[in-house]
Design a protein around this ligand. Structure first.
Ligand code: SAM
Ligand code: SF4
Ligand code: SF4
Length: 326
């Protein structure tokens, strides 16, 4: 379905939990989240019902995210159910990679064909510092397992932060040269207004690209299918690709095709727009499919033309990234 700016909205990001086995500095407070029980979160049946209705409104791609999607007990069943929905063309997963290796075979059997790992450092101690809890060896095991079972593509998302990991840009580029992985550099965003976000830490993607070009030859931008907002390049003689996601310096809202469903059942039509439609409350009240479909269409129609995050997150925008679903 088209939004009112003529964009075709066919992509739904579903946050299946706001819990996580890590506590990344830019995403979650150190103490984690308040555990206020399962009834807050969409049930398996509610997620399936909403995705089906969204598919009837034109959604063809679903990405499961969170929090950490792999800590949700029924994630394999969810992927299986959504993969087999008529008209669904693409089901994917964004994960921190801590548990992926052990679940990979089941996920593949359920229909998962591609996976994005979030990895901001290749150094064990720095990875631990950024994530507060993580062991990088778990992520490596998962990336290797994803490649071994033929996930295609295997993407690695890296948020570049000045003074934190910007000295590793060439190391990540080398990874994409030596392994068939697709590294995506992402600009740091003020989502959630956590103290770790500081404007001085923002690294413009032009700078990242310049650094890489000092050592690697990047070949023609690979536009289109499967690349979403990333500007993607092949590396001369390399096995993988490199992409740049410039959410801050050069926003791509004009090509946006997505809406989000939060773990607690709110439709959020834009990452940066605090307006949400509470479809969980509607379902809990016994609202019928017709009315729910109207709510989905309303979320699409009301999608703003672009973000204004150059002005910051906004004190009244109380959600954090782990709650919205990154
Ligand atoms: N737990 C999973 C993971 O880490 O991949 C999925 C959820 S996480 C919120 C999704 C993505 O959001 C991660 O790649 C993370 O790096 C990114 N993210 C979180 N906060 C961000 C921020 N302030 N700026 C840019 N990316 C951010
Ligand atoms: Fe967890 Fe992902 Fe947020 Fe890190 S970025 S705290 S792994 S949800
Ligand atoms: Fe889409 Fe909003 Fe992100 Fe822009 S900021 S790309 S409109 S979700």
């Amino acid at each position: 379905m088209m939004d009112c700016y003529g964009r075709e909205i066919n992509y739904l990001r579903v946050s299946v939990t706001d819990r996580c086995n890590l506590r990344c500095q830019y995403c979650m407070p150190a103490e984690g989240i308040q555990d206020s029980g399962h009834e807050r979160i969409l049930t398996f049946e509610q997620i399936i019902r909403l995705v089906k209705l969204a598919a009837e409104c034109g959604v063809r791609k679903v990405r499961f995210t969170g929090g950490e999607p792999l800590v949700r007990k029924d994630i394999v069943k969810l992927i299986e159910a959504v993969s087999s929905m008529p008209g669904m063309q693409d089901v994917s997963l964004t994960t921190n990679g801590i548990c992926f290796a052990d679940m990979a075979d089941d996920l593949k059997r359920a229909g998962l064909v591609r996976v994005n790992f979030s990895l901001d450092s290749l150094h064990a101690d720095r990875f631990r510092y950024i994530t507060r809890l993580g062991n990088i060896s778990d992520v490596w095991r998962s990336i290797e397992k994803a490649l071994a079972i033929g996930m295609m593509p295997v993407k690695i998302n890296t948020v570049v932060m000045k003074g934190v990991n910007d000295d590793e840009i060439l190391d990540f580029a080398r990874l994409a040269a030596e392994m068939p992985v697709h590294v995506r550099f992402i600009e740091f965003m003020p989502v959630g207004d956590l103290p770790f976000y500081q404007e001085e830490r923002l690294v413009n993607m032009d700078e990242v690209k310049r650094t890489i070009k000092s050592s690697y030859q990047l070949l023609n931008g690979l536009a289109g299918r499967g690349n979403g907002p990333a500007k993607v390049y092949q590396i001369a003689g390399g096995k993988g690709t490199i992409g740049f996601i410039s959410a801050m310096s050069n926003h791509f809202c004009g090509d946006c095709n997505r809406i989000r469903l939060t773990a607690d059942g709110r439709l959020r039509s834009c990452l940066f727009d605090k307006r949400e439609i509470n479809v969980k409350a509607a379902m809990d009240r016994g609202t019928g499919d017709d009315r729910l479909a109207i709510m989905i269409r309303q979320a699409i129609r009301e999608k703003p033309d672009r973000h204004h995050m150059e002005k910051g997150w906004g004190a009244d925008n109380s959600r954090k990234m782990y709650q919205i679903g990154g």
